[in-house]
Design a protein around this ligand. Structure first.
Ligand SMILES: [Fe+2]
Ligand SMILES: [Fe+2]
Length: 227
């Protein structure tokens, strides 16, 4: 796969990513696979600015940042793996692991977030991935959590503004993502809350705390051009 060769990974990492890619491409419907790859591309682009420091390979934290980048690629490919399972199966997995998910029972009835909660445990079993950071990132990719790390901010944002997404604010959000990831997170999160309310959808029980946390950290930021 050409795009895998272009990722800033070593040969062993590329082989692993390639295996994951083959598996997901076999089982994902075309639309979901295209969204997955598009999320990977967007995450990779943001990682170049915020994790790998514009591809500069010669700096102090390169080893840890390279691992963060590798994990980000895995999460991008697997974040929606839960979506190929039906609601009953996802709910069963979530209930079985409910003590390890930061949610109340009612949250497990919200279809749009359940695939993340349950998907993390399914990925753990089916792909033998035990890394807690990867599983946490998959688990909360649609909800976010308080004090998100840079890789999880990138996944959260990329999932919602990847190049296949098409809604009024997406062009501004893409621009912002390259200028200031924290401000972009705030704007994407806000956008998501507005969407949920406008469409009469149920809201995740922790959204209040997460929004307050994001506001406290980044509410005073400005991108210098709009707002
Ligand atoms: Fe998702
Ligand atoms: Fe997604």
């Amino acid at each position: 796969m050409d795009f895998i060769n272009k990722l800033k990974l070593n040969q062993v990492q590329k082989k692993h990513i390639s295996e994951i890619n083959e598996r997901v491409s076999d089982v994902f419907p075309p639309d979901l696979y295209e969204h997955t790859i598009s999320t990977l591309f967007y995450s990779e682009k943001l990682a170049g600015s915020y994790i790998l420091k514009d591809g500069n390979m010669d700096y102090e934290n390169f080893q840890t940042d390279q691992i963060a980048y590798y994990k980000l690629c895995m999460v991008a490919l697997l974040h929606d793996y839960g979506k190929i399972f039906n609601f009953e199966k996802l709910k069963e997995v979530a209930l079985k692991n409910n003590d390890r998910i930061d949610a109340v029972r009612e949250d497990f009835d919200i279809n749009s977030i359940l695939h993340g909660f349950a998907g993390a445990f399914i990925v753990k079993d089916e792909f033998n991935i035990d890394d807690e950071e990867i599983l946490k990132s998959i688990m909360y990719h649609t909800t976010g959590y308080c004090n998100m790390n840079i890789a999880d901010k990138i996944i959260y944002v990329s999932d919602k503004i990847e190049e296949r997404r098409n809604y009024r604010e997406v062009y501004y959000l893409r621009e912002l993502s390259l200028k200031n990831i924290n401000l972009c997170l705030l704007e994407v999160y806000k956008n998501n809350i507005i969407y949920i309310i406008k469409n009469n959808k149920n809201i995740y029980s922790n959204t209040f705390n997460i929004w307050n946390n994001i506001c406290k950290l980044y509410g005073g930021l400005t991108d210098g051009s709009r707002r």
